[in-house]
Design a protein. Structure first.
Ligand SMILES: Cc1cc2nc3c(=O)[nH]c(=O)nc-3n(C[C@H](O)[C@H](O)[C@H](O)COP(=O)(O)OP(=O)(O)OC[C@H]3O[C@@H](n4cnc5c(N)ncnc54)[C@H](O)[C@@H]3O)c2cc1C
Length: 504
């Protein structure tokens, strides 16, 4: 792709918004600002990777890493046509720009196509921006934010300092938490592999066997990537419940659209639904089971229930008291994740064929230790429901347990500096950051910031359903509106003044 055009940097007299993180979330906030701003505004979009708009999810070069949503359901905007300005929708873009003439709305395409589409749409939004709006796309890593009397200063790794009025943290997922093992020193050994490491796949191909710790979407990504690269060794996968992601059935999407009103919203309407949402995990389980039973009586399976629940999941979550949310995380989460985050049929088929051939072996249990030995890594785990331990010997262990969400345990200097200054705090469940409904990050006293915002994964504690495209695009639009609000003097949470001098 063409590199982004770098524009002249803003002067401090122009209100300035810095977006840290140029994955899908950051790119979408930038696109909304570019589309809407008419008065002087300067935007910094800061991304440490070479490509903007792709992030972790859509930068994989592998064909086997496909979207988990069919083409026809992918859109960038909630507007009627779902596009940016005069840009084509994703299906048209794939056919006419990417040259995939035969692609259909039901296809699950490689993720890199979506990343390129986001990138192209951002480039179009940059080209079509109002003359008053400047944007600098900076390839660098934000390391620290210091707060002065009238503005915040962003410190970038290569030494650049940027004066900004508002900051959006669009940081996406952090690296995974450590494995739940006694001997933490194992994490420093060559046989421990962090799932997101760029050279990770190449580094394990010569191993006779592997253990994937975790069985979610990351583990499935690994299984299909190993298969695509011709790996012939044994792949073990271990998780407490042994649940792999379920598969999409294309017909269920259409069914969901037809049946959602009947399955989730009562005849009396949406208000009645929202007034009668379950308040305990037990009620929630029964509530879902009842709707699955209705779906089955109509000839569907459980999928349309989960799909039609989606617009109400955030309300469902917010309705649960804290102790019930904790109960949900302890008991229901693995079942929820495996049904909600489904994989494309072609991915599922690869996983099933490797299971049938015995190359992929699933284990249900709790990881206890990983010890390096002359024969390889000796992995000890306790099978679910058993008191004894079992061992496996593998060439390497790949941590697919998912991102670290506890910001107290995230060691990136930017996060540490913001936590240290008391400018942010974790939510009560340690699923992300504590933030107000408009994305304003709450400081250590719980006061929402007037200049520091976030969206996406970081809002999981408040929203639960917040990590996928549909939710992020809605949040990005709302956040851009907040950022452009014509506020005058803004008192930030630490007590000094940050002012947008030319309100948008
Ligand atoms: C493997 C994978 C597949 C997925 N597939 C789908 C799918 O098919 N459909 C769907 O709806 N959702 C999918 N998702 C969900 C996905 O999280 C969202 O769709 C979306 O891509 C998240 O974007 P993001 O910008 O919030 O995070 P990320 O993609 O993680 O982007 C964050 C960006 O911030 C940058 N960054 C972080 N810290 C700094 C810093 N200090 N300085 C500079 N840059 C920084 C990172 O380099 C990164 O590029 C998938 C997620 C993953 C991980």
């Amino acid at each position: 792709m063409m590199p982004f055009e770098a524009f002249e940097q803003s002067t401090t007299s122009v209100p300035t918004v810095a977006i840290i993180g140029g994955g899908f979330s950051g790119a979408m906030v930038a696109m909304h600002l570019l589309r809407r701003a008419r008065v002087p505004l300067s935007i910094y979009l800061i991304e440490r990777q070479s490509q903007v708009g792709q992030g972790v999810a859509y930068s994989s070069p592998l064909d086997c890493h496909v979207m988990n949503v069919p083409v026809g359901s992918l859109r960038l905007m909630d507007d009627e046509d779902g596009t940016v300005g005069d840009r084509p929708d994703f299906l048209t873009w794939l056919r006419e720009v990417a040259g995939l003439a035969s692609v259909t709305a039901e296809d699950f395409v490689p993720r890199y196509w979506f990343g390129r589409y986001v990138q192209a749409s951002l480039q179009a939004a940059i080209a079509q921006r109002h003359a008053n709006v400047q944007i600098s796309v900076i390839q660098d890593e934000a390391m620290q934010i210091s707060v002065g009397d009238r503005y915040a200063t962003l410190h970038l790794q290569r030494g650049q300092r940027l004066r900004v009025d508002r900051v959006v943290l669009a940081l996406g997922n952090s690296p995974p938490a450590s494995l739940p093992i006694d001997n933490l020193a194992f994490h420093n050994s060559a046989s421990y592999i962090e799932s997101g490491r760029s050279d990770a796949l190449d580094s394990v191909l010569s191993q006779p066997s592997l253990l994937l710790a975790g069985m979610g979407l990351t583990a499935v990504d690994w299984v299909v990537a190993l298969h695509q690269r011709g790996y012939t060794g044994t792949i073990h996968a271990l998780s407490r419940r042994g649940l792999l992601p379920q598969v999409h059935r294309i017909s269920s999407a259409a069914q969901a659209a037809q049946s959602s009103m009947r399955l989730v919203v009562p005849q009396e309407g949406e208000d009645t639904l929202l007034a009668t949402l379950p308040t305990t995990v037990r009620e929630l389980t029964q509530w879902i089971r009842q709707r699955v039973a209705i779906a089955q009586s109509l000839g569907y399976d459980w999928r349309p229930v989960f799909d039609s629940l989606r617009p109400y999941t955030q309300s469902l979550w917010q309705h649960l008291p804290l102790k019930e949310k904790r109960r949900f995380l302890r008991h229901l989460r693995p079942y929820w994740d495996s049904h909600r985050h489904r994989v494309a049929p072609q991915v599922y088929e690869v996983v099933q064929s490797l299971r049938r051939s015995g190359q992929l072996q699933l284990h249900r249990g709790q990881l206890q230790t990983c010890e390096n030995s002359d024969a390889g890594v000796v992995v000890r785990f306790r099978p679910r429901g058993q008191t004894h331990s079992e061992t496996l010997t593998v060439g390497a262990v790949i941590n697919c347990t998912g991102a670290q969400t506890n910001y107290r345990e995230i060691h990136h200097p930017l996060i540490r500096s913001l936590m240290h200054q008391g400018l942010m705090r974790t939510d009560a469940l340690r699923l992300g950051l504590d933030a107000a409904p408009n994305g304003a990050v709450r400081n250590r006293n719980g006061v929402p910031s007037s200049w520091l915002y976030t969206l996406g994964t970081a809002c999981r504690g408040q929203l639960w359903e917040t990590t996928a495209i549909a939710e992020i695009r809605t949040q990005a639009a709302a956040l851009a509106t907040t950022l452009l609000l014509p506020q005058g003097g803004i008192v930030p949470s630490h007590g000094s003044m940050i002012r947008i001098t030319h309100p948008a």
